[in-house]
Structures are given as C-alpha cells and as structure tokens.
Design a binder for this molecule. Structure first.
Ligand SMILES: [Zn+2]
Length: 270
C-alpha cells in the first residue's frame, strides 16, 4: 500500500519538524503548495490564514510544556494536546479529532488492483471552494503530520526573537529548560540573552504576585477594578520607586489567569 499526502510533500519523517519551522519562519515559498489551485487574488489571504492557523496550533502545543514555567521551566517532553487555558480554550485533541472526522483518508484502487491511501484535506470541487477554509485545513494537516512524526518535541520557539527552530536531540523527559529556549543566533548574543533571561525571570515573578492578588480580588468599591487593584498589589512588592500600571496587568492577563488556573488545579490535585 502506498500513501499519498494531499498538498504536502513526502518528506523524510525526521525532517518534518524542520519543515514546520521553515513554514512558520516563512523560509518556504512553496508552503501554499496545497493552495496553488486557488485564484491568484485569493492566495494572499489564504496564505495568511494558513500561517496564523498553523502558528496558533504550534504555539498552543509548545506553551503546553511551559505551564509550570514559574516553578519548573519549559519541559518540551511534557507538551500535551489535552491542555487548555484562557488563551487557548479549545484542546488540540478536539481540533485533531474533528479534522480527521471531516477528512477521513480514502482508499484509491489503482488499475492493477493495488491501492493507495490518500491522506489529507478533502479536495473541494472548484464550485464550492472556500479558500480560507481550505487554508485552515491544510494548516491543521501540517500540524497533524508534525505530531505524528518521530520526534516533534525537537521543535521550539525562541524566547528571544520568536523564530521557530529545531534541535538535533530529542529533549529528555523531566529535564526542564529553566531560562528559556533560544535559537542559535540569540544564544550567540550572550549579553542580549542574559538580559532576556533576567527580564523573563522578573516578569515571571511579577506574574506570580499578580496571580496571588488576582485570586484575592473581590468586586466591591473598596477594591476598585481588578486590574487596578492587582497593579497596586504588585507595585507594593517592587523596589522603591518602581511601579506598574494597569496596562501591564491587562497585557499579561492571559498569563496571570493561566497561573491562577494552574494553582487552582495544583491545589485540587493535593
Ligand atoms: Zn532567537
């Protein structure tokens, strides 16, 4: 039996994470290969949809290994597709199951009686073609192939520049990366890296304080708005002369809520 991938090349399994990194870093121009049948005027928006969908899925998966970051750092081997957060309300598992429900693989019988398994987004007829929908389907398909490849955990997002990169070695279980994951370029910039490290550490600490305050806030006139009150509580902990404003709280709200949720979850388990 042969397998034919729809709109995605037959690359060596080991190369799949690097391919996804290249797609997200915009190094591959042919990434819309599955979308090449679209009208030219629809391509730009389809490509944008493809990229943002794929990035959302990959980021949710990468971030699922960072849920304990304040205590345990980034643990790629613990990435999970059942994880959800205020920022990612839908579990990846659900997205994948629904994708395969919509696009169950087809068996094509060849003229000599052999068969080929056709795997990927169901091609639409030209008349009913919805290019944005197809772009999203191709993105989920690339993500599904990534997770099915031999060592998807080698894919990282750089905490310095945001670029995606692949490590040669599969991360070891129970070995967290404490001070962020950095691409080669950012690692070379030692000074820049240390600054980012200490900034990340400080931000994480502040998010911890904000999460303490967040859970203690109550809706009453004495407290004021939640963001305002949390900003005040965090400011009290900062060195004299330093303060944070409400917009710091609103900017970090997803992380604060995730931390609150993580703590509630941790206490429930005890
Ligand atoms: Zn970088």
């Amino acid at each position: 039996m042969k397998t034919r991938w729809i709109g995605s090349p037959s690359v060596n399994e080991k190369m799949v994470p690097a391919r996804v990194a290249d797609l997200l870093n915009e190094k591959l121009k042919e990434f819309w290969c599955g979308l090449r049948l679209l009208q030219v005027e629809e391509r730009d928006s389809a490509i944008a949809e493809f990229k943002s969908t794929l990035r959302g899925l990959v980021d949710q998966w990468i971030d699922s290994g960072k849920t304990n970051q304040t205590v345990a750092g980034d643990t790629p081997a613990q990435r999970s597709i059942t994880w959800r957060s205020p920022l990612y309300p839908k579990a990846l598992f659900e997205t994948l199951v629904k994708f395969w429900d919509r696009n169950s693989p087809r068996v094509i019988v060849e003229l000599n009686g052999s068969w080929t398994l056709q795997v990927g987004p169901k091609p639409q007829s030209a008349a009913s073609q919805d290019s944005l929908h197809m772009a999203g389907e191709f993105a989920i398909f690339e993500f599904a192939r990534l997770l099915d490849s031999t060592s998807p955990e080698r894919l990282y997002r750089c905490d310095g520049c945001g670029k995606y990169f692949v490590r040669e070695r599969t991360p070891r279980k129970e070995t967290p990366i404490y001070h962020g994951s950095f691409c080669e370029k950012c690692t070379d910039k030692g000074g820049a890296r240390r600054t980012v490290d200490s900034r990340n550490r400080r931000t994480r600490e502040m998010i911890g304080w904000a999460a303490d305050a967040w859970a203690k806030w109550a809706p009453s006139r004495r407290y004021g708005t939640q963001s305002e009150w949390v900003a005040k509580q965090v400011t009290v902990k900062l060195p004299r002369g330093k303060s944070i404003k409400i917009n710091w709280v609103t900017h970090h709200q997803p992380e604060i809520e995730a931390e609150v949720e993580r703590r509630e979850h941790a206490t429930r388990k005890d």
